[in-house]
Design a protein around this ligand. Structure first.
Ligand code: ADP
Ligand code: MG
Length: 323
């Protein structure tokens, strides 16, 4: 018997255990009724995953549920926001209960971990799987980590080890091979990215600008430079390469991945010199590494420099859907 849209919603999407006190009415009515905290900005973001564009149709649905939310939480992290609610628009080619059950398990596991409640959405039938999540969070006015606050002299930092997700994708497409012992690690980095929520919150009042790396470090740092009307000197040899990336490619190719491959969902941020000591104290508590990779300059443009002072040439800045 074919399942109806309504029973799918009841059986799967409305089953999250978490219920927040600021949700007066969640899934089940025409709209959700939410109570944002007085005096705080409501922070809103949206991201879409399209089958065959952002993921392979055969991808583990639990991973997709995780990633669809993770990429949104990563945007909230890059703003320094506290996550709160999410809505989900699902377009599915078939009412596959097994798929939806696993999708929800991945989605709710991450949502529960960050105290995020799914409060509504829309479910439609269509030719290909499209997953859109809108995430909502809060931040006190004046504390958001925007892209336009970087100043000459600020240090440039990155969390984690960029390039891993790009390596996983290149390997999945048969363009490169990954050393056997690192294959699981690399796949996890692509399919189960960990949004840097704790780091974003800790950087309130410390970072002068921040962005999450979805389209490649060089390109996303470029957005900070543009919006802040500054330039940067990036010392490529300081880039933190994971053992997996370092072991799978020669050094220049690995640096290229760290600079230009997408889907990492790490944070890239800038910190004024007078707050460096505060930052150094903070990062000791983090569950990921944090590396200083360069400095903001008054001269516009992004300069990539090797340890010997020569220029590092990058063939392509990062990912562009229409490029
Ligand atoms: P309407 O037709 O009034 O838009 P729907 O029948 O689409 O209502 O949805 C019924 C309820 O289920 C609503 O509260 C809606 O927010 C929720 N809902 C529908 N699809 C989803 C989904 N994919 N994820 C979460 N909630 C959903
Ligand atoms: Mg609807």
């Amino acid at each position: 018997m074919p399942v109806s849209e309504f029973s799918l919603i009841d059986r799967y999407l409305a089953t999250q255990g978490l219920s927040r006190s600021d949700v007066a009415l969640g899934i089940g009515d025409d709209c959700a009724l939410l109570l944002p905290p007085t005096g705080q900005h409501l922070v809103v973001t949206m991201d879409t995953l399209v089958a065959d564009v952002h993921f392979f149709a055969a991808t583990d649905p639990a991973g997709l549920g995780h990633k669809a939310l993770a990429v949104n939480l990563s945007d909230l992290a890059a703003m320094g926001a506290t996550p709160a609610w999410a809505t989900l628009a699902l377009t599915l080619p078939a009412a596959d209960e097994n798929w939806l059950g696993r999708f929800c398990r991945g989605l709710f596991a991450l949502a529960d971990r960050h105290g995020v409640q799914l409060v509504g959405g829309d479910t439609t039938h269509g030719p290909t799987t499209v997953i859109t999540i809108q995430a909502h969070g809060f931040i006190p006015p004046g504390l958001a980590l925007r892209r336009d606050g970087a100043k000459p002299g600020d240090g440039i930092y990155v969390t984690g080890t960029p390039g891993d997700a790009g390596l996983a994708l290149a390997a999945a497409c048969g363009k490169t091979t990954v050393v056997a012992e690192y294959r699981d690690y690399i796949r996890r980095r692509l399919e189960w990215p960990e949004p840097r929520i704790a780091q974003g919150l800790a950087l309130r009042g410390i970072a002068s600008a921040a962005i999450d790396i979805s389209d490649g470090l060089a390109q996303d740092l470029g957005h900070i430079l543009e919006r802040s009307r500054v330039g940067a000197r990036l010392e490529v040899e300081r880039l933190p390469l994971s053992p997996a990336l370092a072991a799978s490619l020669d050094r220049d190719a690995a640096l290229m991945f760290a600079l230009a491959s997408g889907d990492d969902y790490e944070l890239c941020f800038t910190v004024p010199p007078e707050r460096t000591v505060q930052l150094e104290a903070l990062v000791t508590d983090w569950d990921c590494c944090c590396t200083r990779i360069g400095v903001i300059t008054a001269e516009p443009g992004l300069r990539l420099i090797r340890a010997d002072g020569s220029d590092f040439r990058l063939e392509r800045l990062g990912y562009d859907h229409f490029g």
